[in-house]
Design a protein around this ligand. Structure first.
Ligand SMILES: C[S@@+](CC[C@H](N)C(=O)[O-])C[C@H]1O[C@@H](n2cnc3c(N)ncnc32)[C@H](O)[C@@H]1O
Length: 304
């Protein structure tokens, strides 16, 4: 469990609060939440904030993206209630302390908990709002939110030909790969991501094409419909080492189960990640593998 959440629980639980960008903790009792990450949202036993719930204060966990945290702070300002921002030191807690001029600040468990006057918080921003970047919609906090990820770009070149039948882009992000794949003869394309904003952006970036379906799923806990002719996957990587590999393997396992027999997996990942070690046990047979600019690209067939 994240240290910042433990600090909030220890210092502010169980005050009735609006919880922003947070997760479930037995000591916290949020009256409403804003959490677009489905994995974290599933554990929260509180309604989405619709502006009508009452609460004494706002709890906010700083996210790794500064612009995203600023947008959450702007949202918090609109409540007019005292705001408690908890930030891990590794995410720049001291910078936030200097910038936000808190009424109070405590340092605990490699985190800083700041008590903030809502009137001194930024006025502009909404973490759920999509904004235009060049010719697509996205928002801070999404993976590679303001540019086409170089790994996905390589995957697009690697796929080269047509992609007929039913497909899915697992971990679609803002949908730039999906948008480029659609004209390749797809009959149906499922856009799947753990982040609600990514699913919405991907659908819009694919011009709400009738062949597209957005699915807000945590693929470590939930399965897409399956029986796909093909799946594209650029597995998420966060943190280092085991954690990074485990999340990627969980999505790869999901991709394999979602493919029909004989279906094709198209995957790109950083070349040092040892996904080749699990292909056999997932009944995926590598047909073509390419190494390029620090990435590894695979075309695999799903065997019986
Ligand atoms: C490396 S990014 C690739 C994004 C996108 N395909 C692109 O090229 O920009 C991995 C994506 O997986 C999503 N993701 C991470 N964990 C997930 C999970 N448990 N279930 C579903 N999607 C997840 C992330 O939100 C992110 O959009």
């Amino acid at each position: 469990m994240r240290a910042a959440l433990q600090v909030l629980a220890r210092e502010r639980g169980p005050v009735a609060a609006l919880q922003l960008a947070g997760a479930a903790h037995p000591e916290l009792r949020p009256s409403a939440v804003v959490q677009p990450d489905r994995g974290l949202r599933l554990g929260l036993k509180a309604p989405d904030w619709d502006g009508s719930q009452t609460f004494e204060e706002v709890h906010l966990l700083a996210t790794p993206n500064r612009e995203e945290t600023l947008a959450y702070l702007a949202l918090a300002r609109r409540t007019g209630r005292p705001v408690y921002l908890c930030c891990e030191n590794r995410l720049g807690a001291d910078g936030w302390r200097k910038r936000l001029k808190p009424l109070d600040s405590v340092s605990l468990q490699h985190c800083r908990l700041l008590r903030l006057d809502p009137q001194l918080l930024p006025e502009q921003g909404d973490p759920l709002e999509l904004r235009r970047v060049e010719d697509f919609l996205s928002c801070p906090g999404l993976f590679s939110w303001d540019r086409f990820d170089p790994g996905s770009r390589l995957l697009l070149e690697f796929i080269a030909g047509e992609l007929p039948g039913r497909g899915a882009d697992l971990g679609c992000g803002p949908g730039l790969l999906a948008r480029a794949l659609l004209p390749r003869g797809c009959a149906q394309l499922d856009l799947v991501d753990v982040d609600q904003r990514a699913v919405r952006a991907a659908l819009l970036n694919c011009n709400q094409d009738v062949r597209c379906r957005g699915l807000w799923l945590d693929l470590t806990q939930e399965a897409p419909p399956g029986n796909y002719d093909w799946v594209t996957l650029n597995p998420p990587f966060h943190g280092q080492g085991q954690e990074q590999r485990a999340l990627g393997v969980a999505l790869l396992t999901r991709a394999s189960s979602a493919l029909r027999r004989g279906g094709t997996l198209w995957m790109v990942a950083n070349e040092h990640l040892p996904y080749h070690e699990v292909l056999d046990e997932l009944r995926l047979q590598a047909i073509e593998v390419r190494q390029q600019r620090g990435y590894k690209l695979w075309r695999c067939r799903k065997n019986a």
